[in-house]
Design a protein around this ligand. Structure first.
Ligand code: ZN
Length: 295
């Protein structure tokens, strides 16, 4: 990756899950069917690892604890390639569907399972479907209590289903009664004064690439790292097509063939790294980038 002192290193992150473990397909694939479906995640992860290696880029892989228990070789391959392992929960359940106790079980069990397989400490968490939304700030308290040092679940946008519109856009420290945690919000940009999600994922597939590039270019100009995300299934155009609603078909299947070339373009244009390698400098800093009393 470029190392010039004037280059901002953004964060490349991957939410590692099978194609059938997502919200858009939950009506046709129940949790008790997960082990009966042919696995496709390893091949896509290998392709991402190859792509990242060609660009000499390290990334953060938010993995399900379920993967550590059932597809441990995938987690090991990520570790062997030199990337950071973080938690995406255990069973891809949204925070908004969980009690505080059940969420604690998810983050505790996934941390333990991933650390056992990876042999490295898990410091970070990303909620499935970015589901730490207003009213669910208690989830940050649980993460702090369970030993997590950073979170990357807040999406500073307003949209149905998720979003934390008042979240700061830059990495910042959130102070809570039980302690503090560093937040790495997902990238956004503004078009005609409207805040637009531009962090990757479905937005990389559905929006003109210029929108995503603009978000990272603007963040570079502000010297603020921005956070990109993608899923392994988003670079797998050959995955089975499941019978879901037209809206969910669009959400899940549109643009799959274009994703990898777009990722290549971004990796060529911007500098990316893993969140974990950025943490020590942020935690050591006497004054964090931005202070926030409330999430
Ligand atoms: Zn996910």
């Amino acid at each position: 990756m470029p190392t010039s002192s004037c280059t901002t290193t953004h964060f490349f992150t991957v939410d590692v899950e099978e194609y059938f473990q997502v919200k858009a397909l939950e009506s046709v694939v129940s949790r008790d069917q997960w082990l009966t479906r042919p696995s496709r995640v390893a091949r896509s992860v290998d392709m991402l690892l190859d792509t990242l290696a060609r660009h000499d880029t390290r990334a953060t892989f938010f993995c399900l604890g379920w993967l550590a228990n059932n597809r441990a070789e995938v987690v090991r391959s990520i570790v062997h390639a030199g990337h950071e392992i973080a938690s995406h929960g255990f069973s891809h359940e949204r925070v908004t569907a969980l009690s505080r106790g059940a969420f604690r079980d998810e983050v505790r069990s996934s941390k333990r399972a991933l650390e056992d397989v990876a042999g490295t400490a898990v410091l970070g968490f990303r909620a499935p479907s970015f589901s730490i939304v207003p009213g669910f700030e208690w989830a940050l308290d649980v993460l702090i209590e369970e030993g997590y040092r950073y979170d990357s679940s807040l999406f500073p946008i307003r949209r149905p289903g998720y979003g934390y519109p008042s979240a700061l856009r830059a990495p910042h420290v959130i102070h809570r009664p039980v302690g503090q945690i560093v937040e790495f919000p997902l990238a956004t940009t503004s078009i005609f004064r409207y805040r637009v999600p531009a962090a990757g994922g479905g937005y990389l597939r559905q929006f003109p690439l210029g929108v995503i590039r603009r978000a990272f270019r603007e963040a570079s100009e502000r010297r603020e790292p921005a956070t990109f995300y993608i899923h392994p299934w988003e670079i797998d155009p050959d995955q089975p097509r499941l019978p879901v609603s037209r809206l969910n078909r669009l959400r899940h299947y549109r643009g799959l063939g274009d994703t990898l070339p777009r990722i290549e373009r971004l990796l060529g244009e911007f500098s990316f790294g893993a969140i974990g390698s950025y943490m020590p400098s942020l935690e050591r800093a006497a004054t964090p980038l931005v202070r926030s009393g409330a999430a």
